[in-house]
Write a protein that binds this ligand. Structure first.
Ligand SMILES: NC(=O)c1ccc[n+]([C@@H]2O[C@H](COP(=O)([O-])OP(=O)(O)OC[C@H]3O[C@@H](n4cnc5c(N)ncnc54)[C@H](O)[C@@H]3O)[C@@H](O)[C@H]2O)c1
Length: 416
């Protein structure tokens, strides 16, 4: 007969690392001998709890660690030996801007990190100090060998230029949908059940109301946003059908750099406002293009919610811990969370912050509006606080000054 038992673990362990050994041993014998007792097969394992299965257990009891063993008589005790082991997390796109910051945050929190990246828009230097496997998420064979070594996945790998997605939607649906679905199926087939996804506020399109909550209708207005929404929907469906636990993190505008000064924002081409404004404050940088100064906002320029990339990275760690702690019966397949500060800044306010951090004026040119640019995008971050206990801690001046430090050190490295 085979039975199951619940057990508590003091440290997070994984079956793949054999970090935990479960044995039933007779209570009435002082057993030092390894040959007495039965090892359990671990069926399910998460931080802090799990279930195991073993032979000849006639009765199960979730709370009691003294289980009668019919076949052998007497009372047996379930012993759990667990040694310290860390969960291993695969980060797709970990050689990119946000993924490389998340990799560091995970390592600081005690996780093992493996980065998987095809370096299409990423940089080897951002993955320095980590195991980097160069590969495409569409390469099932390569990916599976890596997935077998990990316990959860954070999926950052994607194409992420809104404008490019309008001109070349095929590229976006191919990578962000087709290749991402191939990744998702490989994840499922390998038995991994925890998935953290980099989504975006672009899934909301042009919101009818502000601030944007998770209940705001998801009506993307460009292929990039559509591709992210498609994958969100796939995660929801896989959650309901297969028990995959996912957290869909909808970032607002990521900015800033890690406090170590070792990594920061690197995009080629760069399209984000803060690095472009910083460049426009340097002698060699070209002037900043401001698209529209006639929006219905206090100073006429667009307002966005800028979030420090290190705050974003911390939210990923919390999202993972949330999924780890969630028990099967509590699994919620529709967890989507906004990651923003709840405070918007206009383009002109950002320019002012950049001028104050650099001590130089930002050269600028006003252009006409770009199609599809909403006037204001600001998050309601209340759900992130409620669910993850997370709030963005770093303010605009920290975002801008960390980005400036990073840009200066990157320029020094380049010159060296
Ligand atoms: N930066 C932001 O402000 C922002 C805002 C909202 C959402 N996001 C999302 O966050 C994620 C990361 O954005 P980022 O700014 O760090 O971009 P990034 O371009 O710096 O990082 C993406 C990484 O994924 C890798 N990659 C792309 N396609 C791949 C593939 N098929 N196989 C393997 N690796 C692949 C790239 O080489 C790169 O290293 C993206 O999914 C993006 O949609 C970013």
């Amino acid at each position: 007969m085979v039975g199951t038992a619940r057990f508590e673990l003091a440290t997070p362990c994984t079956p793949s690392k054999c970090a935990t050994r479960l044995r039933y041993v007779p209570m009435d014998t002082a057993v030092e001998d390894d040959s007495v007792g039965f090892d359990l097969t671990i069926l399910h394992h998460a931080a802090g709890f799990g279930t195991g299965s073993g032979p000849a257990i006639s009765q199960t009891d979730g709370d009691d660690d003294h289980l009668p063993m019919d076949a052998f008589g007497g009372t047996w005790s379930l012993t759990v030996e667990s040694r310290e082991a860390f969960l291993a997390i695969l980060i797709t796109g970990g050689a990119g801007y946000v993924g490389s910051h998340a990799a560091r945050a995970l390592r600081r929190a005690g996780y093992e990190v493996v980065i998987y990246d095809n370096l299409s828009t990423g940089f080897r230097q951002l993955a320095r100090g980590f195991e980097l496997i160069e590969g495409d998420i569409a390469d099932e064979a390569k990916l599976r060998t890596v997935l077998e070594r990990v316990d959860a996945i954070m999926h950052f790998a994607a194409h992420a230029y809104v404008g490019e997605s309008v001109g070349n939607p095929r590229k976006y649906f191919q990578n962000n949908v087709e290749a991402a679905l191939s990744l998702l199926n490989s994840v499922l087939d390998t038995g991994i059940r925890r998935f953290v996804f980099s989504s975006t506020c672009a899934v909301y399109g042009i919101p009818g109301r502000l601030p944007i909550t998770e209940e705001t209708p998801r009506e993307p207005v460009n292929p990039y946003g559509c591709s992210k929404l498609f994958f969100e929907n796939a995660l929801e469906a896989y959650g309901r059908a297969y028990g995959l636990r996912s957290m869909r993190l909808r970032y607002f505008n990521a900015a800033g750099a890690d406090e170590s000064g070792e990594i920061g924002e690197l995009h080629e081409p760069e399209t984000h406002l803060i690095p472009l404004s910083l460049r426009a404050a340097t002698a060699n940088g070209s002037a900043l293009q401001i698209y529209g100064a006639d929006y219905p906002t206090p100073d006429g320029t667009c307002v966005r919610d800028y979030i420090h990339v290190s705050d974003l990275a911390d939210a990923h760690v919390r999202a993972l811990q949330y999924l780890e702690a969630q028990r099967d019966e509590e699994a919620d397949d529709s967890l989507a969370v906004n990651l923003g500060t709840g405070r918007g800044y206009s383009v002109l306010e950002i320019i002012k912050a950049v001028e104050s951090a650099t001590g130089h004026s930002v050269r600028r040119t006003i252009r006409t509006r770009r199609p599809g640019d909403p006037a204001v995008l600001v998050a309601d971050p209340a759900k992130a606080q409620r669910v993850l206990g997370w709030v963005a801690e770093r303010r605009l001046h920290e975002i801008v000054s960390s980005a400036w430090r990073w840009m200066q050190s990157a320029a020094r490295c380049h010159a060296a």
